[in-house]
Design a protein around this ligand. Structure first.
Ligand code: B1M
Length: 213
């Protein structure tokens, strides 16, 4: 199989056998982020499709997720890093009820490689925990991730709870269940400050940079 297809297969099959050798080969040709956004992401999307068709079970999806995480961890040291003074602090979380964290962790890597301090609260983070962390960390931006359809609704609730707690720093939101339209028609009206939708981690960085400027 050609290299790109082998990378897709590692993810779909949930197999680390030969993964690092293939990643090394890929690094000769592509930037780390292009490997993630290209074949590795294609693999995850195929996993999602197969799972949707009942051709994979949760345990297999979890194995694919492990391989994706291992690949991202392997590529991370090869990414460009900006050694500048910090542009600001981002408080990051996957919303209550949602365990998906690969996209969120990618956002963390990209923001922290580009001058932001990131405090990552992890998964299934309820609004109360976010509010408490906000008071301790005093972030410049709060980043929320969610992949489930119900997570989009949870973001509306979270935004409302943050507003009631007097939080009004910009909210950066992303994840497969969200759309730009949902963000501006449902989340924004529930919040006091600005709400920005980012379709991927790089767009998240772009908006974070603009907010920090
Ligand atoms: Co789940 N899952 N999953 N899953 N899973 C999806 C999301 C699903 C679409 C699959 C499907 O059915 N086709 C579906 C959701 C359906 C829906 O709600 N409509 C689904 C389901 C149903 C479930 C369970 C309910 C299954 C079950 O138990 N029966 C369960 C839910 C548990 C829960 O959360 N309470 C579940 C569990 C899991 C695993 C644990 C097995 C595993 C997650 C492991 C982990 O994350 N540690 C998993 C996986 C791997 C997936 C798929 C296959 C892949 C997700 C992924 O990691 N993608 C997914 C299908 C799919 O997305 N195609 C699926 C790669 C990652 C880099 O992309 O996170 O989208 P993503 O991040 C992107 C952008 O969205 C964006 O940037 C990234 C790219 O640069 N982004 C941000 C994300 N967050 C951002 C934040 C930002 C900015 C950008 O700013 C703050």
């Amino acid at each position: 199989l050609p290299l790109e297809e082998r990378l897709v297969r590692h993810i779909v099959d949930g197999s680390k056998e030969g993964l690092y050798a293939d990643l090394d080969e890929a690094l000769q040709k592509y930037a780390p982020l292009d490997i993630i956004n290209g074949p590795l992401m294609d693999g995850m999307n195929e996993v999602g499709r197969l799972f949707n068709n009942n051709e994979l079970i949760v345990a297999e999806v979890l194995q694919s997720a492990e391989v994706m995480k291992a690949a991202v961890a392997y590529l991370e040291p090869h990414m460009e890093k900006q050694e500048t003074a910090t542009k600001g602090t981002v408080l990051l979380a996957t919303v209550k009820g949602d365990v998906h964290d690969i996209g969120k962790n990618l956002v963390e890597i990209i923001l922290s490689n580009n001058g932001f301090r990131v405090v990552n609260l992890g998964i299934k983070v309820p609004p109360e925990q976010l509010i408490q962390a906000y008071r301790e960390v005093k972030p410049d931006i709060i980043g929320l991730s969610g992949l489930l359809v119900k997570s989009a609704q949870q973001m509306v609730l979270t935004a409302g709870d943050l507003r009631h707690a007097g939080v009004d720093v910009p909210l950066l939101v992303g994840g497969a269940a969200l759309t730009r339209k949902f963000t501006y028609t449902k989340i924004q009206p529930a919040y006091e400050g600005t709400v920005i939708y980012a379709k991927d981690a790089m767009e998240g960085l772009e908006y974070a940079n603009r907010l920090a400027a």
